[in-house]
Design a protein around this ligand. Structure first.
Ligand SMILES: [Zn+2]
Length: 123
């Protein structure tokens, strides 16, 4: 096992390098790298969500233009349109938040990796 800190070539069964670097931390950082790979499907989901978001906005705009052309709508119809409008806004917000959550998770994983890449050996 090659030490990532001092580049000393150690036997594979050692857990601590001659420089004091603990290989346990190195293995953990490798596991975290797999975490991003393991959830790579989230990148696909993110792209799908972006497409959804575009359709959602375009669909909403078409609906608004159609509704504005309807003449003689009463209080009851306005209430329904209002409810649909609120649901539409929540949908927009929900899709956007889902995209942001995926971004956040990968950012979190990336930050963890960066921290583990700078080991400070003790002893
Ligand atoms: Zn070392």
């Amino acid at each position: 096992m090659k030490c990532p800190y001092c580049n000393h070539q150690n036997p594979s069964n050692v857990t601590v390098c001659i420089c004091g670097y603990k290989f346990k931390g190195y293995v953990e950082s490798k596991d975290q790298m797999n975490l991003s790979k393991k959830y790579a499907i989230l990148h696909i989901l993110k792209n799908i969500l972006w497409i959804f978001l575009v359709f959602h906005i375009v669909g909403g705009l078409i609906a608004i233009s159609n509704v504005s052309q309807i003449s003689g709508i009463g209080g009851y119809e306005i209430l329904i349109i209002g409810i649909v409008g609120i649901v539409w806004i929540f949908g927009l917000f929900g899709i956007y938040c889902a995209i942001k959550i995926i971004d956040f998770l990968f950012e979190l994983d990336k930050n963890k990796l960066t921290r583990n890449d700078n080991p400070h050996p003790k002893g």
